[in-house]
Design a protein around this ligand. Structure first.
Ligand SMILES: Nc1ncnc2c1ncn2[C@@H]1O[C@H](COP(=O)(O)OP(=O)(O)OP(=O)(O)O)[C@@H](O)[C@H]1O
Length: 437
């Protein structure tokens, strides 16, 4: 029997599940028909959430999802598109995507996206302050709010007495910057070794141990230890303890309250104790909006210096928008928006609304002003019966609320002005309809 006569579907299925890239395919109505394990990992789905998969995925219009719909609309592939976004767990993820339309005998049947996770690589390469070759010191950090000033004061103390530090804060709040500033203040000659725990394996931890044995006078910064599996956390702890008597200085970070992480068995208590001689909590940007404008001013002053531009600030409309937005990706997200906006600058003195990237404009648009085309994927001729339209609008709206509240039913229900039970009932009903339809 030749290879072409064999039923290869099992093999294809196996390959799709084992392959190291994320795969997401949708049909012409925008409904997910293929979503492999790697994609779940990239997008940060927990196992229990998977039961809600079709509901959660069908009507999401974040930047990284919209490429699939765009390809579906244009019938043209989009290749090599790099996207940075914040997944459902609040992790910052950078992917390089290829998105293709899929045809069957010339008829468009859907679109498929293939995503390569380059988060760790990106972190090593994307260091905005370093790209200007400036050493990161406490002076390079914008810190106007009381809470950030407190962070800097505590970090300076920690650097002076070289006590292990655990930095706590959402993605993009500046934990790595603080770690670098502490390192710089605590030692002038030692090296800073960073372990990016996202996607780390035992081998990388062992290699770090060997590096430290060779250069013991450095600092080790373990970024997001809560992203390591518990066995790898144990491995890291063993390695760190074996270096604890030397000159090595230890700093680590976590993305959430460590007490919650310990109680939900995502963080080893012993690892927490090892790193937490001092803890420093960085507030999310939405709780310290007074830092937004000074950060923008610092960013633009660097831009003027390095690119000779004359841009000096935000215009009133953009400032208002920036101050009203919640910044789930914190300062890193703001910085990426500024990177995109300034790349379009010519002779402007202010960042105007026109310079803002399309995906940001779409995200900050008020839900009430969305047109039906924004959330229902049908051609104009193909109008839906009102009941179907309302059902889809409900799915979209509830999903948006769940997204805004990061999957927290209680908070989403309160924002929607309904009881938790009512929201849960509606979500279950939608899920059941989906399963039947
Ligand atoms: N207070 C700040 N002043 C100047 N730049 C900042 C500040 N906070 C964050 N940034 C900018 O945002 C970027 C992201 O910050 P950083 O990588 O330190 O965040 P993080 O909390 O370590 O995020 P993650 O948990 O995803 O690693 C930095 O590269 C820096 O350019």
């Amino acid at each position: 029997m030749s290879a072409s006569e064999k039923d290869l579907s099992l093999f294809y299925q196996f390959a799709v599940e084992r392959v190291a890239v994320g795969i997401h395919a949708i049909d012409t109505k925008g409904k997910t028909i293929l979503y492999n394990d790697k994609m779940k990992e990239i997008e940060g789905f927990d196992f229990e959430e998977l039961a809600d998969r079709s509901l959660l995925e069908m009507f999401r219009f974040d930047q990284h999802e919209s490429t699939l719909l765009q390809v579906l609309q244009s019938g043209m592939p989009v290749s090599n598109r790099k996207q940075t976004y914040w997944n459902r767990k609040g992790q910052e993820i950078t992917t390089i995507n290829d998105t293709y339309p899929v045809f069957d005998h010339g008829q468009l049947v859907g679109a498929i996206e293939i995503s390569q996770d380059v988060t760790t690589l990106e972190k090593v390469v994307y260091q905005p302050l370093k790209k200007y070759e400036e050493p990161i010191t406490f002076n390079s950090i914008s810190a106007i709010s009381d809470s950030m000033q407190q962070v800097i004061a505590t970090a300076q103390k920690a650097a002076m007495i070289k006590l292990p530090v655990l930095l706590i804060g959402e993605a993009g709040t500046g934990k790595e910057l603080i770690a670098e500033a502490i390192h710089f203040a605590s030692s002038s000659e030692g090296q800073l070794h960073t372990l990016y725990c996202h996607g780390t394996d035992q081998e990388k931890i062992d290699r770090l141990g060997l590096d430290l044995a060779e250069h013991p006078s450095g600092t080790i910064y373990c970024e997001r230890i809560d992203l390591l599996s518990l066995p790898l956390q144990e491995h890291l702890l063993k390695m760190a303890k074996s270096r604890a008597t030397s000159d090595t200085y230890f700093i680590a970070s976590v993305g959430e309250d460590p007490v919650d992480l310990i109680s939900s068995e995502k963080l080893l208590k012993e690892l927490y104790y090892f790193f937490s001689a001092m803890t420093i909590q960085l507030e999310p940007l939405r709780n310290r909006k007074e830092d937004i404008v000074p950060f923008v001013e610092d960013y633009l002053s660097r831009h003027r210096m390095h690119f000779g531009s004359i841009v000096s600030g935000l215009d009133a409309e953009v400032e208002e928008l920036f101050l009203s937005y919640d910044w789930p990706g914190n300062l890193k997200e703001l910085e990426l928006i500024l990177d995109e906006a300034t790349s379009l600058l010519t002779t402007q003195e202010k960042i105007t609304y026109q310079l803002l990237p399309q995906h940001f404009k779409a995200k900050t648009q008020k839900i009430g002003s969305a047109t039906p085309e924004d959330f229902i994927f049908h051609s104009r001729k193909d109008l839906l019966p009102l009941d179907d339209y309302l059902r889809e609008a409900e799915i979209y709206y509830l999903q948006k609320a769940m997204d805004l509240h990061r999957g927290n039913v209680t908070k989403a229900a309160s924002a929607l002005g309904m009881s938790r039970q009512n929201l849960q009932y509606r979500l279950r009903k939608i899920k059941k309809n989906e399963a039947q339809g």
